[in-house]
Ligand binder design. Sequence first.
Ligand SMILES: [Zn+2]
Length: 128
Amino acid sequence: MSAGGKGDAVARVKGDREPVICGVCRRRANTGFGWAGKQGRPVLWLCDSPECGRAARSVYEMPTIELDRYEQRARDAAGERAGAFLDAIGKTDLATLTPEEWATFLQQVVVGFEDELRRMLLARTAPF
Ligand SMILES: [Zn+2]
């Protein structure tokens, strides 16, 4: 994969020498635990989510192009969550959101992505 290509982020996540970000959901890797399958292989570091721990092996062994597809589906699902929030408060113009509404909207996107990615990976929902 060329520098800056879509697969580079996944390869970097798997190969970090020290815990930086979770290789499953992209949150901060704060546990010091990771998955490598066997000694000497690059480590896929993990956050404190038990779901990420359960999905680690399948993510580690998943081809980059397949993981990219899961991430795209999780992104879309997170966007739907954020859209549902906007529908619930009756606003469509982001410029009119209060600071609290903006924070909630962003949380729907970020946390929604993490939740959906974990859910899809654990269910091995074929998104394509
Ligand atoms: Zn995680």
